[in-house]
Design a protein around this ligand. Structure first.
Ligand SMILES: Nc1ncnc2c1ncn2[C@@H]1O[C@H](COP(=O)(O)OP(=O)(O)O)[C@@H](O)[C@H]1O
Ligand SMILES: [Mg+2]
Length: 336
């Protein structure tokens, strides 16, 4: 890769202490994101996607969660070693986020304007004591501009609305406006469209892509939907049971999926262009983190399993430049 990575996650390991002992939800995960690049992280529910995002943002519920190993380098600095105050400053300025979860969604008792201007003022500090009034007015103007940018009609009026006065799609646009108001260099979007209906999903993805191009920011988009990846990402990492099963350029992964799990995910994705959805689910379920198989974690569900798959973690092999798969049969798969 030519460009120096903006974000480099190295051997991340995140654990949770539970009544039944410690479980490893993210187990030795590494990936890079170049400036301006869109990386998709895809996998079934429970595969460790949100825990990865929360680990990057320093927002793990702690306890029970804890980053037990690895590095998270943002522009070369390890976020895991930053003082909390500095990490907090970085969130929302250098790194923006949009989550599906109510945790970071809008506060029902404040107007949209209060919330967006608060974000702008905190991070740009235009509300510094000396210029309080001017700061507030400037932040409001910026807020209106941002609402306009994300396609909210009559933003001058809408800025005084409360969240319940907006539709789900409009609320997600407001969240995007807030996340982007400080021009982050990286946006983490965890299931940004999952709660929305299909038409609105498409509109929000179009909007994000336009803004991404215009602002030149990098995005890590997390989804369980391969369709979102196809529409949106440059590269994709496929997660399974806390590990990356396969990673590569989107076009290549769709044309020549190498890991049987990726192939399974693709065949269970409704056909985006065709009329007839070809829904086929992969038999079986994710293993419990308490009873992980000793070898490849996908082996119990894999139709290409051989005996060797059950002993030892499969090494990650580079199948083609930038295309990696953690499957002992990866090379047969690529040539098959
Ligand atoms: N607060 C928690 N306490 C204990 N275990 C958790 C907690 N949050 C997540 N986990 C574990 O991490 C796994 C991965 O969760 P998550 O990253 O949210 O999955 P997803 O890929 O659906 O976003 C869960 O299946 C669960 O076992
Ligand atoms: Mg999740």
């Amino acid at each position: 890769m030519a460009a120096q990575p903006l974000l480099s996650v190295r051997n991340l390991r995140t654990v949770f202490g539970t009544m039944q002992g410690e479980v490893t939800a993210v187990d030795d995960v590494s990936f890079d994101v170049a400036p301006g690049e869109v990386l998709g992280i895809v996998g079934e529910s429970g595969s460790g996607k949100s825990v990865t995002a929360l680990s990057i943002m320093g927002l793990l519920p702690q306890p029970p969660g804890r980053v037990a190993g690895g590095e998270i380098l943002f522009e070369g600095r390890d976020l895991l070693k930053l003082p909390r105050s500095e990490l907090r400053r970085m969130r929302g300025s250098a790194i923006g986020m949009i989550f599906q979860e109510p945790m970071t969604s809008l506060n029902p008792v404040f107007s949209i304007g209060d919330q967006i201007t608060e974000t702008i003022r905190v991070h740009e500090r235009i509300g510094a004591a000396a210029a309080r009034t001017r700061g507030a007015a400037a932040a409001r103007t910026r807020g209106i501009e941002m609402l306009e940018k994300v396609g909210i009609p009559s933003p001058q009026r809408r800025i005084d609305d409360f969240p319940h006065q907006l539709s789900g799609g409009m609320r997600q646009r407001v969240m995007i406006a807030m996340a982007l108001s400080c021009s982050p260099r990286l946006l983490l979007a965890d299931e940004p469209t999952t709660a929305l209906d299909v038409t609105i999903q498409a509109q929000i993805l179009d909007l994000l892509r336009d803004l991404q191009r215009e602002m030149g920011m990098a995005i890590v988009v997390i989804t369980h939907n391969m369709g979102v990846i196809a529409e949106f990402a440059d590269r994709v990492a496929i997660m399974y049971a806390g590990r990356i099963a396969e990673e590569g350029p989107v076009g290549r992964i769709f044309d020549a999926p190498t890991h049987p799990y990726t192939a399974g995910l693709l065949s269970s994705t409704p056909d985006l262009v065709g009329e007839v959805p070809r829904l086929r689910t992969i038999p079986g379920t994710l293993p419990s983190l308490y009873e992980l198989p000793p070898g490849c974690r996908f082996a119990p569900r894999c139709d290409r399993r051989v005996e060797a798959c059950e002993s030892g973690r499969p090494a990650t092999q580079e199948i083609a430049p930038g295309h990696f798969a953690a499957c002992i049969r990866a090379r047969e798969g690529a040539s098959a």
